[in-house]
Design a protein. Structure first.
Length: 351
């Protein structure tokens, strides 16, 4: 069995951690008897500087035949973030209808949560983030430019199809886990979009009577994630709220270096794309000290998605084993290892 994977290392530490994830995925393939056929794309801020575009005009077409995509990170000082991200990451998510952004976190052995004393079973959750619409919208603009009454409008778009499908996905996922789903909204402040989301959440909930459905204001949920994370399992939220909550979830389970993410096209019509939750970390880029675990775990999600579930589980176990041993840890985990050192340790454990 062979799988064709497109790799887009991107910018900053995205490049460093993607090398390590590929190393681990190749080791998993060799051990579990399948092969990965990689093709690499240099789409990045560097490419933007040279050509004026993050990716070629037919970029979506070029990727469409792959079985999956492994993405590093996009964005680097020198190119405005809204230009780089709307030139690569966001259009890919939309073109491939990757409307689910799945962001699971758990406290890994040998690592310390910001919430000292919490154990692994109290700190395992998954953010199901709406990934194709909502607050991430190009609709709006600047009015009365240069005048004292200048203002900007930034519209949000919530469609019935878009809201319903992500909520349904979360309910169905909850069925396979704790049977509990929490919806994050802000219906006290945003009077159109969020009550609409709540309404659809209640409708879908009525069709899933076996799942305990809870609606929570996102601000209160943020506090709960720190104070009582054991009361949270599956969280479903809009594009923006899911984004913010997933960095918070990463932080309470050991940091941004640990949290993977899947941009999933559930129908399978288009390739899904896997990446870490974190970005290109310009502050540590080029130093060889980024933690590659998030990207390696994103690679495990990629293999799960392709049906290579035994290999995916073996990767997670190898990560656990290396972290639990506590000998090879990057600086964010309190160690002195390099990115390559940790990636190699996981790959070797796997072999
Ligand atoms: P960031 O996630 O890149 O960094 C936040 C902090 O976490 C930094 O201090 C960084 O050093 C640390 N960190 C992140 N990943 C780490 C790792 N693997 N190991 C150790 N430390 C790690 O967020 P930011 O600074 O807000 O964004 C930087 C750039 O990345 C921006 O251009 C942003 O738009 C972009 N970004 C891209 C993606 C993506 O491509 N999916 C995601 C987030 C941010
Ligand atoms: C993420 C990132 C992106 C997002 C940015 C860089 C546009 O923060 O993948 O979490 O908000 O989707
Ligand atoms: Mn984010």
């Amino acid at each position: 069995m062979s799988h064709r994977i497109a790799s887009i290392p991107g910018d900053g530490i995205g490049v460093d951690v993607t090398v390590e994830a590929r190393k681990v995925l190749d080791a998993a393939a060799a051990r579990y008897g399948f092969s990965l056929e990689w093709e690499e794309f240099d789409w990045s801020c560097e490419r933007y500087a040279e050509t004026g575009a993050m990716m070629p005009e037919d970029g979506v077409e070029q990727l469409s035949g792959f079985d999956a995509i492994l993405l590093g990170a996009v964005g680097f000082p020198g190119v405005p973030d809204h230009v780089s991200l709307w030139g690569l990451l966001i259009p890919l998510r939309r073109a491939f209808q990757q409307y689910v952004n799945l962001r699971p976190v758990r406290l890994l052995p040998g690592t310390t949560s910001a919430l000292a004393g919490r154990t692994a079973d109290e700190l395992e959750m998954v953010i199901v983030r709406e990934n194709s619409e909502g607050e991430y919208s190009a609709i709006g603009g600047r009015h009365n430019a240069g005048r004292p009454d200048e203002f900007v409008l930034q519209e949000s778009v919530f469609t019935r199809v878009g809201v319903e499908r992500i909520i349904r996905y979360a309910f169905e996922l909850a069925r396979t886990r704790s049977g509990h789903v929490t919806s994050a909204t802000k219906s006290n402040g945003l009077i159109h979009s969020m009550p609409y989301w709540d309404e659809i959440f209640a409708e879908v909930g009525a069709r899933h009577p076996d799942v305990r459905a809870e609606q929570c204001h996102v601000d209160a949920l943020a506090a709960r994630m720190v104070q009582a994370p054991d009361r949270i399992d599956v969280v479903v939220g809009s594009n923006l709220f899911g984004d913010i909550l997933s960095d918070l979830a990463a932080a309470v389970t050991g940091g941004l270096g640990m949290a993977p993410s899947g941009n999933v096209n559930p129908s399978g019509e288009f390739p899904s794309m896997f990446e870490a939750v974190h970005g290109s970390a310009p502050d540590i880029a080029g130093q060889g000290i980024a933690n590659p675990v998030a990207q390696i775990l994103a690679g495990a999600m990629l293999l799960d998605h392709l049906g290579e579930t035994v290999a995916a589980q073996a990767i997670r176990s190898s990560v656990d084993e290396v972290l639990a041993a506590g000998k090879v840890l990057t600086p964010d985990l309190g160690g002195t290892s390099t990115t390559t050192g940790l990636g190699t340790a996981v790959a070797e454990t796997l072999r």
